[in-house]
Design a protein around this ligand. Structure first.
Ligand SMILES: [Fe+2]
Ligand SMILES: [Fe+2]
Length: 269
């Protein structure tokens, strides 16, 4: 299975890049499954239902979220209706929406996508490790599903690497989001799981993690609350990972970085 994962879409710049370029990218890579993290799509804060619909129409099969899941309140009822948009699975029981989804993939195949949030330097949710373990056990790779993707939305590199090693051999891909900068450690782990500590964002890199750089920097110079930050508006780099998996085992054969447009050096997928 050819899987394309794209990191956090930030603001209009990121949204425009998805709607204009994802259809072409999907076709060029012959992607069977596309997962996009959309937690910063709405001016950097959350995802509105019309944006989620636009991503699905542009070629995303699943949209994941993160700590900004609830910033646009309209998403709450939408998460109950649209199963393909998921929030972190380890919010406490009773939280609206779903933390995973199983989607149909062309060729009579199935894929599990899980969104989970780390706890280091973030809100302390339920245990992300036991939550992912339970889902991967319920959807065994190569039997119940042909592929599984875990979006680990976390701040700490250590926690993301711990996720990767914990589920090596049990998921097709464990990939980090949230820090908005692509890491150069994409690889296939010894047990056959593709891994990258952070996918990077789909946004303008002439910025501070996607937000306008001067006001964002000023926050560090002056320890006083500033105006609400707004996204940078230059051309976005689409950032993520392309993974080829073996349908029989669900494990990864090959990974390659995807970086397209904007200010980062291009990488082909
Ligand atoms: Fe983000
Ligand atoms: Fe985040």
């Amino acid at each position: 299975m050819n899987i394309l994962f794209l990191g956090d879409v930030v603001g209009r710049s990121g949204r425009d890049a998805i709607t204009a370029r994802l259809p072409v990218l999907r076709q060029r890579l012959a992607a069977d499954l596309v997962v996009v993290n959309g937690e910063n799509a709405s001016h950097g804060y959350g995802l509105a239902p019309d944006m989620a619909r636009a991503f699905l129409a542009a070629g995303a099969d699943v949209v994941t979220l993160g700590n900004h899941a609830w910033d646009r309140k309209e998403i709450i009822p939408f998460l109950e209706q649209e199963r393909r948009v998921i929030r972190p699975v380890n919010f406490p029981p009773g939280t609206p929406g779903h933390g995973f989804v199983v989607v149909e993939v062309p060729g009579n195949r199935k894929a599990l996508i899980v969104n989970v949030m780390g706890r280091l330097f973030m809100d302390a949710l339920d245990d992300p490790f036991r939550a992912v373990q339970a889902l991967l056990q319920q959807h065994p790779l190569g039997r119940a599903v042909h592929a599984s993707v875990v979006d680990v939305h976390a701040e700490a590199t250590s926690e993301k690497q711990a996720m990767g090693t914990s589920f090596d051999g049990l998921a097709s891909l464990v990939i980090g989001t949230h820090t908005h900068v692509p890491t150069a450690d994409h690889r296939v782990l010894p047990g056959g799981t593709a891994y990258q500590t952070d996918a990077g964002m789909c946004g303008d890199y002439d910025s501070v993690i996607g937000m306008q750089k001067a006001p964002a920097a000023l926050r560090f110079w002056r320890k006083m609350p500033g105006e609400k930050l707004a996204p940078a508006e230059g051309e976005a780099t689409l950032c993520g990972l392309f993974v080829e998996t073996d349908d029989a085992t669900g494990l990864a054969r090959r990974v390659s970085a995807v970086r397209e447009g904007g200010r980062l050096e291009a990488a082909g997928g």
